[in-house]
Write a protein of this length. Structure first.
Length: 261
C-alpha cells in the first residue's frame, strides 16, 4: 500500500473500455486507488468519474502505448506521482484479424508493440523498484488466443503467446522475491475488440461474457496463490489441444474451411 492512499495503488492499461474499464471500476469499488491509462481521453474521463465516487485519489493518463519506451517512461511517471505502485495490470491490447497471407510486417510489428513489448517494457521499468521494496504484483492479461492458434489471428495470437511465455518465465525468475506475476487468459468477452475497423470478421460468433462478469475475478487474481487464471474457465480446451495437437488442428481446419486466402 502506498502511503497517503486508501487501499492499494494500481496501474491499469487499456482502462477506457472493456475489461480494463470494468477492472478499474471494480478496484475503485474496493477503495483501491486506480491509475487509468488508455489512448482515448474522453472515454477515460467517463471511467475516472465512476472510479472517483469511491476512490478520490484515482487519476488518468491519456497515452498511446504503441511506443514501448514511452510506455515505460509513463509507468515510472505514475509511480513517482503516487510514490509507488502496488499492482500493475497490463491489459491494453489491439486485435489483428487477417489471414496470414495478407498480413504485412508493419501490422505484425504494431500488434507486437502494443500487446507484448509495451507490457514487457512497463514491467521491466517498475521491477527494480518493486524488488527494492520487496513487494508488488504484475498482472498480464493475455487471451485464450495466447494458448491456442486461431485462424486469421496469427499476429494477435503470436503477441498473446509471447505475453504468456514471458509471464511464465518471469514468475519463475521472481520466485521468493516478494514480487509476483499473474497471468489472466480471458475467453470470449464482449468488448470492442470484436468489431474494430481493418479487421476480418471473427471466426467465433457465439455467446460472450460481459467484462463486468470477470472483473471481480481478475481483481481477486492479484491475491491468489495461483499463477494462471482462465476467465471463464476454458482450461479444458487447452488441455485437449496439448493432449493431441494434431487432432485439435484437424478440428480447427474443419471449422475454418472456406476462410482461406
Amino acid at each position: 500500500m502506498v502511503p497517503g492512499t486508501k487501499g492499494r495503488t494500481v496501474l491499469v492499461t487499456g482502462a477506457s473500455s472493456g475489461i480494463g474499464a470494468a477492472v478499474a471500476r471494480e478496484l475503485a469499488a474496493r477503495e483501491d486507488t486506480v491509475a487509468l491509462v488508455a489512448r482515448r481521453a474522453d472515454r477515460l474521463d467517463e471511467v475516472l468519474a465512476d472510479c472517483r465516487l469511491t476512490s478520490t485519489a484515482s487519476e488518468r493518463w491519456a497515452a498511446d502505448l504503441s511506443d514501448p519506451t514511452a510506455a515505460a517512461d509513463l509507468a515510472l511517471e505514475i509511480w513517482d506521482h503516487y510514490g509507488g505502485l502496488d499492482v500493475v495490470i497490463n491489459n491494453a491490447a489491439v486485435p489483428m484479424r487477417r489471414h496470414v497471407t495478407r498480413l504485412t510486417m508493419p501490422e505484425v510489428e504494431r500488434t507486437m508493440r502494443i500487446n507484448y513489448l509495451s507490457p514487457v517494457a512497463i514491467s521491466l521499468a517498475v521491477l527494480p523498484r518493486m524488488l527494492a521494496r520487496g513487494s508488488g504484483t504484475i498482472v498480464n492479461v493475455s487471451s485464450l488466443g495466447g494458448r491456442l492458434g486461431i485462424s486469421t489471428e496469427a499476429a494477435y495470437s503470436g503477441s498473446k503467446f509471447a505475453l504468456a511465455g514471458w509471464s511464465e518465465s518471469m514468475a519463475i525468475d521472481l520466485d521468493r522475491t516478494g514480487v509476483t506475476v499473474k497471468l489472466v487468459l480471458p475467453g470470449a468477452i464482449d468488448t470492442e475488440i470484436w468489431d474494430q475497423p481493418d479487421n476480418a470478421a471473427p471466426l467465433y460468433d457465439g455467446p460472450k461474457e460481459s467484462p463486468e462478469s470477470i472483473a471481480g475475478a481478475i481483481v481477486d487474481a492479484i491475491d491468489s496463490d495461483r499463477f494462471e487464471h482462465y476467465l471463464p474457465d476454458m482450461k479444458a480446451v487447452i488441455e485437449f489441444k496439448t493432449a493431441d495437437i494434431d487432432a485439435f488442428m484437424l478440428g480447427m481446419r474443419g471449422l475454418t474451411e472456406g476462410a482461406g486466402a
